[in-house]
Design a protein around this ligand. Structure first.
Ligand code: FO1
Length: 310
């Protein structure tokens, strides 16, 4: 039986690394957001898949969380000199991955095939699965109109006010066909942005149906610590969508799916309200600065999950 870890970008990848340190490759599968994927310069870019694979391989840029460590930037500098679209920073090493993935796709391979090939080449032992091989595109409906995710996130630096977020294609997308749901004994939703990184995966009808079945504990680690997200635009987006930025909002957001929620130890007083929603809740240190933090939180998450499974 395996744990299924649902993850998006940089925040989720931290817990993912902790889980991968504890669980063997036959005990853990990653299901990754593809709503951020886009075509840029003719290349298929899958930021969240790459962030996870680089993190598991130990080659992610430690400062940014995305892209590769010890990167060089000749390509994007030259592109800029040519007047090309250099707003999306593709490092030289990273670029090779995008070119290779695009070639696999152009040759008729699936995103799952390409991810498997790349993960193996980087010596990643755990299964990393795109949530679907069908296209899903996160679109941010903002005060300046509809923006594709990377245009909102990188080009516009998350500045436009968000009115609504939609996940084009998710309604008709099939859950990754390599994922055998019958083998899953626990689901862990990593502390990724619920609206940008997790919801595109939850919007896949087959997956939502599976999570609503009562047989498997579904846990989440809240990305909110003392009223704000540590990284990225989660705080801004939640505020603009009209939500209070706290763990109770996260609990309500996942309510019909969740068995248990882990909040930060500084937010322990939230547990009572969350439990009144019918969701078990524990408070732990959810701030992951070091590898030890990641492994410790992963261990605590699994222990919590095991108590809920019994
Ligand atoms: N994020 C940025 O803020 N600026 C960039 O120029 C940028 C380039 C980039 C290239 C490859 C890649 O895999 C990720 C990249 N990201 C960049 C991160 C990415 O936009 C976000 O981390 C995710 O999509 C959000 O989860």
């Amino acid at each position: 039986m395996s744990v299924l870890a649902v993850t998006g970008g940089v925040g989720g990848a931290k817990l993912a690394v902790g889980l991968a340190h504890i669980l063997k490759p036959d005990q853990l599968v990653f299901l990754v957001n593809t709503g951020d994927d886009f075509c840029h310069l003719g290349l298929h870019i899958s930021p969240d898949l790459d962030t996870l694979v680089y993190s598991l391989a130990g080659v992610a840029c430690p400062k940014k969380g995305w892209g590769r460590r010890d990167e060089t930037w000749s390509f994007v500098k030259t592109l800029n000199d040519l007047g090309g679209p250099a707003w999306f920073q593709l490092g030289d090493k990273d670029l090779a991955l995008h070119v290779y993935r695009t070639q696999i796709l152009n040759d008729g391979g699936s995103l799952t095939d390409a991810t498997k090939e790349i993960a193996e080449a980087l010596d990643v032992k755990h299964s990393v699965l795109p949530c679907s091989d069908d296209p899903i595109a996160t679109v941010v409906d903002s005060e300046v109109g509809e923006l594709s995710f990377q245009h909102y996130f990188v080009k516009h630096q998350c500045r436009p006010r968000v009115k609504r977020i939609k996940y084009d294609g998710a309604e008709h997308a099939r859950l990754n066909l390599s994922l055998d749901l019958a083998t899953i004994s626990m689901v862990v939703i990593c502390p990724s942005n619920p609206y940008l990184s997790v919801d595109p995966i939850l919007a896949i009808p087959d997956f939502r149906k599976f999570l609503q079945s009562p047989n498997v504990p579904v846990l989440a680690v809240s990305p909110i610590v003392q009223g704000r997200a540590l990284k990225g635009p989660t705080t801004k987006i939640m505020t603009e969508l009209g939500y209070t930025v706290d763990n109770k909002t996260v609990a309500r957001h996942y309510k019909e799916l969740l068995t248990g929620l882990i909040v930060d130890e500084g937010d322990a007083t939230d547990c009572e309200t969350i439990m009144s929603l019918g969701i078990e809740c524990i408070a732990r240190n959810t701030v992951m600065r070091t590898l030890d933090d990641r492994i410790r939180l992963a261990q605590e998450t699994l222990e919590f999950g095991n108590t809920l499974a019994n």
